[in-house]
Design a protein around this ligand. Structure first.
Ligand SMILES: Nc1ncnc2c1ncn2[C@@H]1O[C@H](COP(=O)(O)OP(=O)(O)O)[C@@H](O)[C@H]1O
Ligand SMILES: [Mg+2]
Length: 231
């Protein structure tokens, strides 16, 4: 499909389903999910715990296989990728932010942000410059040489946001990015994440149980027992 309305959809899921089988019992976690996100849009999906949010985001990120349906993101047919291809897709086209920061404890904030750039072959000089710029954008220019243990929870999550953008990805996926933070830090991290992706015209797909995060989205959808619908 090449008409402009479809090419402008940088994320597109068609009839995506997922069933988990545990102890012989089948649980339908995603049911015929349709999702299209326009390039540069901020889409927030809210839902209660267990509604399938992480499963959906992991499928978009090529971290989990679909049961059925198709997933197209930034020119990749994600549902067809093998593990190696999926890793390449993530490294080049995606930025990921999770509830837990996953920073490497023996590396400084600057090095943590630079690491994904090394993995795609960016020079040290360029990676350093980009990482410093991103850390400044999340207000951490005074913390670049700090190790994760020397940072607050909110600061660690801001480093994770900077790291997600280092490879200039088309799409940022965020799974409960403020889930471990208090209200004030949650608001700060959300603001910085939204400002960064909007300032750089990235597409953001964010899933959370926290409906407050949806108030600044371009689109708000809800997952209920695996069924995705408009609010
Ligand atoms: N690997 C798995 N095996 C079996 N069931 C799973 C697995 N991952 C998730 N589930 C089940 O799928 C449902 C949705 O989980 P999840 O996507 O993590 O929801 P959410 O992120 O909205 O809390 C839950 O009922 C969960 O127990
Ligand atoms: Mg989850």
């Amino acid at each position: 499909m090449t008409d402009s309305t479809t090419t402008a959809q940088i994320v597109r899921l068609d009839h995506v389903s997922k069933v988990f089988v545990t102890g012989g019992e089948q649980v339908s976690v995603l049911v015929d999910v349709q999702l299209a996100a326009a390039e540069g849009s901020v889409v927030v999906i809210t839902g209660e715990s267990g509604s399938g949010k992480s499963t959906l985001l992991n499928i978009v990120g090529g971290l989990e296989a679909v049961g059925g349906g198709t997933v197209q993101v930034a020119g990749y047919r994600v549902h067809t990728l093998d593990e190696f291809e999926a890793a390449t897709y993530r490294a080049h086209s995606l930025g990921l932010v999770f509830q837990f920061h996953y920073l490497l404890k023996d590396f400084t904030a600057l090095e943590n942000v630079m690491l994904p750039a090394y993995m795609v072959g960016t020079s040290k000089r360029e990676a350093t410059a980009r990482a410093r710029e991103l850390l400044a954008a999340v207000g951490l220019e005074q913390r670049v040489e700090h190790f994760p243990s020397q940072l607050s929870g909110g600061e660690r999550q801001r480093v994770a946001v900077a790291r997600a953008l280092i490879n200039d990805p088309e799409v940022v996926l965020a799974d409960e990015p403020t889930g471990n933070l208090d209200e004030r830090n949650s608001a700060v991290v959300q603001q910085m994440l939204f400002d960064l992706v909007r300032g750089r015209a990235k597409t953001l797909l964010l899933v959370t149980h926290d409906r407050a995060l949806a108030s600044h989205a371009d689109r708000h959808l809800v997952l209920e027992h695996g069924v995705l619908k408009p609010v």
